[in-house]
Design a protein around this ligand. Structure first.
Ligand code: PEP
Length: 253
């Protein structure tokens, strides 16, 4: 396990209505307790962020958005700005999730704009990167994640780069029940950390948290977290049930 404080983040995606989200957040506050051994983040839908923020206000659980628009305001129908997320209590925002890259054709450059705009507002970006099955089978895993990481980091100062959390999510493992083996995930995480050292510096590489995402569940979290360069998990399906999220957060006990 790494020297960095683990972070377990639940991405609720497009699930749970307002009432369901509030009720679920209340259960999570109980399940997580007051002194978890890890940082705990939940990412509800945009329309429930404000209500969930009030439920978790006195708990260690931190709030994340699932997406953001880089512009501060204006004619961007349906979008939400970094300042709006900050105002409802978001500490983090996920950007570049593969579902957004795939279904909404978001480019590396647009994701970088989002991440820069979040940082300017003091919201911490969780930048998702990862290869498709085709890319993995074609031997392009490392070149793919290298390009995505470079787009996220190039030109940032060490101080700026340290505001990022990187989530390595192989697309073939998201929502499919197929998890990368701990060794497969570690291999990519180790590579990413080396790349951060090259693109920024070693101190930044040592401090940036690298999350793994892709069918993480209570039965595989311990083995994944034992790897040196895996600092936490970004979890979809298993974050939607109190019992499984509780086990993920308390994976050390
Ligand atoms: C995700 O949504 O980022 C994710 C990894 O989903 P799942 O855990 O369901 O694979």
């Amino acid at each position: 396990m790494s020297q960095r404080r683990p972070l377990i983040a639940g991405n609720w995606k497009m699930n749970k209505t307002l009432d369901e989200s509030v009720a679920f957040a209340k259960e999570l506050v109980e399940a997580v307790g007051s002194t978890p051994d890890v940082d705990v983040v939940i990412a509800p839908t945009t329309v429930t962020l404000h209500a969930v923020s009030q439920v978790i206000a006195d708990s260690p659980i931190q709030l994340s958005a699932q997406n953001v628009h880089p512009q501060p305001s204006g004619a961007y129908t349906g979008e939400v700005s970094p300042a709006m997320l900050k105002a409802v209590g978001c500490t983090y925002a996920i950007v570049g999730h593969s579902e957004r890259r795939q279904y909404f054709e978001e480019s590396d450059a647009f994701i970088r704009e989002k991440s820069d705009a979040l940082r300017a507002e003091g919201v911490l970006p969780i930048v998702c990167i990862g290869e498709s099955l085709e890319e993995r089978e074609g031997g392009q895993t490392f070149s793919r994640v290298e390009a995505q990481l470079k787009a996220a980091l190039e030109g940032l100062s060490a101080e700026e780069a340290k505001t990022l959390t990187i989530a390595y999510e192989p697309i073939w493992a998201i929502g499919t029940g197929k998890t990368a083996t701990p060794a497969q995930a570690q291999e990519v995480h180790h590579f990413l950390r080396q790349q951060i050292a090259t693109l920024v510096d070693q101190d930044t590489a040592n401090s940036v948290r690298l999350l793994y995402g892709g069918s993480v569940k209570p039965s595989n979290v311990v083995a994944l977290m034992q790897e040196d360069d895996i600092d936490g998990a970004l979890v979809g399906g298993a974050s939607l049930k109190v019992d499984s999220f509780r086990q993920l957060v308390h994976f050390q006990s």
